[in-house]
Design a protein around this ligand. Structure first.
Ligand SMILES: C[S@@+](CC[C@H](N)C(=O)[O-])C[C@H]1O[C@@H](n2cnc3c(N)ncnc32)[C@H](O)[C@@H]1O
Length: 219
């Protein structure tokens, strides 16, 4: 495949396809795609996570507590968290070894885990916080990943993740989140733009795409 892009990513329908696409994309993802699209979602999620954490004064959103970056990719969300002053340990999990290899070189993560988040995560770590940008989207991950992820969250953990707005509606996230009420509390949903103005020049079809930032605590 040449010139991997959002249309290819949104059309994925297996883990193998996903690994193949991101193997092609990993080397150019940050500078050839995210920068030229003015990709704002990692910064939006990082800011929402730190805001929610500081409002409640807990360690996950402050300087301590271990946070898992779900679908970490090349590490743009960890980079945004560090840029906003988060100094606690960050682990990352992703299906793509090639994306994780780029993330590893940035030196932002304590541990990087190659795994499928629709299944229970390997190991016994229970996280104080979880963040995710760009992973709950077309052709990637739907709400069924939420339950296995929660198994790796401590009671009280702050979870802040983006969901592509069309996917949010199409895959009934509202219904799924309501059904998770026995496992979560303090649910909040915020609508944000995924890209800035520069995206119109690069990819007009997706430039106006929006995401919902979903935040809650594990009970
Ligand atoms: C659009 S990228 C987002 C990466 C990064 N969070 C960002 O905002 O730049 C989506 C990532 O989700 C990962 N991914 C897709 N399906 C996955 C799954 N089932 N388990 C773990 N990671 C997955 C892909 O490998 C890819 O790195």
């Amino acid at each position: 495949m040449t010139n991997p892009d959002l249309s290819g990513a949104y059309a994925l329908n297996s883990a193998e396809d996903c690994r193949r696409l991101y193997a092609e994309w990993a080397g150019s993802y940050d500078h050839g795609w995210a920068a030229t699209m003015d990709y704002r979602l990692p910064a939006e999620v990082a800011a929402a996570f730190l805001r929610a954490g500081s409002q409640s004064g807990d360690c996950a959103g402050g300087s301590g507590g271990t946070v898992l970056d779900v679908g970490a990719g090349t590490g743009l969300l960890a980079s945004a968290l560090r840029g906003l002053g988060f100094s606690g340990p960050i682990d990352g999990v992703d299906l793509s070894a090639d994306m994780l290899a780029v993330a590893r070189r940035k030196g932002l993560y304590r541990t990087l885990i190659e795994a499928d988040i629709t299944r229970p995560l390997p190991g016994s770590t229970r996280y104080d916080g979880m963040v995710s940008s760009g992973t709950f989207t077309h052709g990637h991950v739907g709400p069924k990943a939420l339950i296995p992820l929660l198994r790796s969250a401590r009671s009280g953990a702050l979870v802040v993740l983006s969901v592509n707005a069309q996917v949010f509606d199409k895959m009934d996230f509202t219904v799924v989140l309501a059904a998770m009420e026995p496992q979560i509390l303090d649910l909040q949903i915020q609508d944000v733009a995924i890209y800035g103005n520069a995206a119109a020049l690069r990819d007009a079809a997706h430039a106006q795409d929006r995401a919902r930032i979903v935040s809650f605590r594990a009970r």
